[in-house]
Design a binder for this molecule. Structure first.
Ligand SMILES: Cc1ncc(COP(=O)(O)O)c(C=O)c1O
Length: 468
């Protein structure tokens, strides 16, 4: 498969039903897909079913899956206990609009597991959770501005849709009123003095929000000492600290990144794993902060004195049922340990591939995640004596690999039967077997050889710049 066109043709030839589906999608779905990351050419993949660590598209092609429901599935696809719990809840009524026993049980599990979770409020997604957390912080402090870090992703609502992809200062989306940006201060992570100075300069900052993994579930690693420092600086300056644990919660440890790293925020945002593959999210936090929801007077008329939060499907019975199963299995430690072991095998195996072929890149990532960085700057490659010298924490580099490289990487991996989460990274689940990982490693090897032959990635001894 020498050229991109050959690959596209071969990919499409194995997916006639998917091609027809894409035609229909173009005429019905705005933007042709339901989530920006699902778009790919010659066509997105259309999945019919999944089981454990694998999934199958409508043309019968099999994939080892590291997308895992955008990171939501710690137990893998169609886990029998989760499926059974959802079915049992659905048979009693999918949705009441009232609170119900599973809702309280779910909240109790979150409270037990997450260090900062003295109180919990459920939402329908991670985006809703970060949006609500910012409102809570503003209400609790009486201040309006939010400080965030360049590269960190917090969902797609107006406040946070910019600043996670380079160039970080650019607008993130059409349709966001310019004044929204005035409510945000964005600085690079990793610099405690800068944080301290910025908080000193702006006395209207309600909260600092960050991904405790580092930007984009650890694609840009951070130093845990920096995280500890952020806790100290925010506490000293009277500013609330929000951990966005939408990915890390119940994945990095049973109590999220905050338990793993021993740093407790005032508020945290949860979603994905927490809802067991169903739509769901939550804000959890310290009780004095979460008191902003308390109904103290007439529930119909005291809205100006509290944080208002509605949501038809908040903590729906089926989401709660799935979430309870997952959180119980998270609590006993085995699911996370299995997913971590799979990711370790993957990172070691894939990094060994890069070493064997002398590719200018490396594989990294905490817990059950992996990221692959290919260095495409010829000068940096020339200066490196070994792959070790390529390691970086610069978000512009780690998040700035050429788009064509990423598209070709994803296409080749999918063609070989491996689906990633975003960019060059993914997550593992408890159901990934050593065989799944080894099969993916073989596909990764074919992929990097092809990418090098195409001139999209460099060998350590390269003398020619990669194709843009
Ligand atoms: C760290 C982080 N925060 C927030 C979100 C938004 O969550 P959702 O997609 O459920 O709206 C995501 C989604 O990937 C995320 O990774």
């Amino acid at each position: 498969m020498s050229t991109t066109n050959d690959l596209m043709e071969a990919f499409a030839a194995r997916r006639p039903k998917s091609a027809a589906m894409f035609e229909r999608a173009r005429k019905t779905l705005a933007g042709a897909v339901g989530h920006d990351l699902r778009y790919s050419l010659p066509m997105p993949i259309y999945i019919q079913r999944g089981s454990g660590g694998r999934k199958w598209d409508i043309d019968g092609n099999e994939y080892v899956d590291f997308l895992m429901g955008n990171g939501a599935l710690l137990l893998g696809h169609a886990d029998p206990e989760v499926v059974e719990a959802i079915g049992r809840a659905a048979a009693l009524g999918t949705h009441f609009g009232n609170d119900h026993p599973l809702h309280i049980e779910w909240a109790e599990l979150v409270q037990r597991l997450i260090p900062c979770a003295e109180r919990v409020r459920f939402t329908n997604s991670g985006t809703e959770a970060t949006q609500l957390a910012l409102r809570i912080a503003r209400a609790a402090t009486g201040r309006n501005r939010i400080l965030r870090f360049a590269g960190h992703f917090h969902g797609w609502h107006d406040d946070v849709v910019h600043g996670f992809q380079p160039p970080f200062e650019a607008d993130g989306s059409l349709g966001v009123p310019p004044q929204v940006r005035q409510g945000l201060v964005t600085i690079p992570d990793g610099d405690l003095n800068l944080l301290d100075e910025t908080l000193a300069k702006h006395n209207d900052i309600a909260a600092v929000i960050l991904e405790p993994s580092g930007a984009s579930w650890g694609r840009v690693p951070i130093d845990v000492n920096w995280l500890r420092g952020v806790r100290e600086v925010t506490a000293r300056r009277g500013v609330l600290l929000i951990f966005d644990e939408v990915v890390t919660g119940f994945r990095f440890s049973s109590g999220g990144a905050q338990k793993l790293y021993g740093v407790t925020p005032d508020l945290c945002c949860l979603a994905k794993v927490m809802a067991g593959g169903m739509p769901g999210g939550a804000v959890a936090g310290r009780e004095p902060v979460m008191r902003v929801f308390d109904i103290t007077g007439d529930p119909h008329h005291d809205r100006h004195q509290r944080v208002v939060h509605f949501g038809t499907f908040n903590a729906s019975p089926t989401a709660a049922a799935a979430g309870i199963v997952v959180l119980r299995r998270v609590a006993d430690g085995t699911a996370i340990a299995q997913a971590d072991a799979a990711a370790l095998r993957l990172r070691d195996g894939w990094d060994a591939v890069l070493e064997r072929h002398g590719i200018a890149g490396y594989v990294y990532g905490p817990a059950s995640t992996y990221h692959v960085y290919f260095e495409t700057n010829l000068d940096r490659v020339r200066q490196a004596e070994s792959r070790r010298d390529l390691h970086t924490t610069d978000p512009a580099r780690l998040k700035g690999m050429p788009g064509r490289l990423i598209a070709q990487y994803q296409l080749r991996m999918r063609f070989g039967g491996v689906d990633n989460m975003s960019s060059t990274g993914g997550v593992t689940c408890a159901a990934h077997s050593p065989d799944d990982i080894d099969r993916a490693t073989a596909v990764f090897e074919q992929t990097v050889i092809a990418l090098r032959d195409e001139g999209l990635i460099l060998g350590l001894a390269s003398t020619k710049s990669p194709e843009a």
